[in-house]
Design a protein around this ligand. Structure first.
Ligand SMILES: Cc1cc2nc3c(=O)[nH]c(=O)nc-3n(C[C@H](O)[C@H](O)[C@H](O)COP(=O)(O)OP(=O)(O)OC[C@H]3O[C@@H](n4cnc5c(N)ncnc54)[C@H](O)[C@@H]3O)c2cc1C
Length: 355
């Protein structure tokens, strides 16, 4: 097979980390190719768009703490691809509902991935291109995907940690970095109610039972009216039942939702709620962080990016993509992905939900 083309850099993965890195390098004048296994960009910033409605079934919202991400969010707000989500969010502790700590939460408009689509505009992205092998030669990289070969001086791997290590030789320093982080799964159920449920919140962190998060998707800005609900199971329960049949998982999650509705809507006749779609996120959230580890090898033209190089959220993915691109631009500078808070994940009770 002959190389399809030679680029300054090939970025593997079109999620927030990969698109941020690609956009930064393209704006610096590099020729960039992004290879993505799926048929569209966004990765875990995903929305299930169906005739009967839409569900954001991956990332639910994001926060912005670092200077660089806050500046980017301000730009998205001005352009309209992001809005602040101000609806009431509750915390359920098993006995009572309380209001979640007030904080600035942002969502993509009208879909979670909308800001990422803006950044991706004009980028050369090849879809349905599952990268199966990368090989370093003296001065360049050979990347194999979809029965084709790409050649590039640099490569950025912007994937979840397990998918990153699968592409790296065992024993290499980069492989050990990716090997240091495990990722938790998350089972997601998209549901529809036959009549308005009248829940006293737009979304809730659930700190008891098998569910971690419940959202009424239509109560996010920019979404059509409707009764579309999204349930995320906890990381622990998702791990235990990751390979159970979808029918079994759906009925267990639905039964749990109905149990919670009986608490939250006492004395009300609860309308029928029906499962519509189900998704298994195998690598939803990093259970530790590799923020303190090296993630760029300028002498090899290799950089890693992804949320697991920070605190496992969208902001970390963005910052890691920017850090990877800047480090390759500066060549001699060794930078590890940085977000303002690089401590290992510390969860408050409110945050027992997957995110
Ligand atoms: C259920 C769930 C809820 C979440 N909730 C929140 C939240 O509320 N707030 C928040 O900030 N974050 C949340 N997150 C995390 C957030 O979605 C991620 O931090 C962020 O989207 C990660 O971006 P990324 O670019 O690092 O990885 P990804 O989005 O995973 O992108 C990686 C891309 O690489 C592609 N790919 C994989 N392997 C290959 C290969 N071999 N070849 C080519 N392409 C490949 C994938 O298809 C994907 O598009 C949530 C995630 C999940 C799953």
């Amino acid at each position: 097979m002959k190389p399809i083309n030679t680029f300054d850099v090939v970025v593997i993965g079109a999620g927030m980390a990969g698109i941020t890195a690609a956009a930064r390098l393209r704006s610096a004048g590099w020729s960039v190719c992004v290879l993505e296994k799926s048929h569209n960009p966004g990765g875990r910033m995903a929305t299930r768009d169906k005739p009967e409605g839409c569900w954001d079934h991956g990332a639910q919202y994001f926060t912005a703490k670092s200077v660089e991400f806050r500046a980017q969010v301000q730009q998205w707000l001005a352009e309209g691809s992001v809005a602040q989500w101000k609806s009431p969010i509750a915390v359920w502790d098993g006995e009572q509902l309380s209001a979640s700590r007030s904080r600035e939460r942002f969502i993509g408009m009208p879909r979670m991935k909308s800001p990422l689509l803006d950044m991706a505009e004009g980028l050369h992205i090849v879809y349905n291109a599952l990268v199966t092998q990368i090989t370093h030669r003296t001065d360049d990289w050979i990347i194999e995907a979809a029965n084709s070969i790409w050649c590039a001086h640099c490569v950025i791997i912007a994937l979840p940690a397990p998918q990153t290590r699968a592409l790296l030789p065992t024993g290499s320093e980069a492989h050990s970095v990716a090997n240091s982080v495990e990722m938790e799964p998350c089972l997601a159920l998209m549901m529809q109610a036959s009549k308005p449920l009248g829940l006293p919140f737009a979304a809730a962190f659930v700190n008891e039972g098998i569910l971690g998060w419940i959202a009424h998707n239509n109560r996010k800005p920019g979404r059509a009216a409707g009764e579309h609900y999204l349930l995320h199971a906890t990381g622990e329960w998702s791990r235990q039942h990751l390979d159970a049949s979808p029918e079994w998982v759906q009925s267990a999650m639905l039964a749990e939702f109905n149990r919670l509705l009986a608490h939250w809507l006492p004395g009300n006749k609860i309308p029928g709620v029906y499962p519509r779609y189900f998704h298994r996120w195998r690598f939803a959230k990093a259970s530790s962080s590799a923020a303190h580890l090296k993630s760029v090898w300028p002498e090899l033209g290799l950089a890693l990016a992804g949320d697991w190089l920070g605190d496992g959220r969208i902001e970390a993915a963005y910052c890691s993509g920017l850090a990877a691109a800047n480090a390759l631009l500066n060549e001699s500078v060794s930078v590890s992905a940085s977000v303002t808070d690089t401590r290992p994940n510390i969860r408050t009770t409110e945050d027992k939900a997957p995110f």
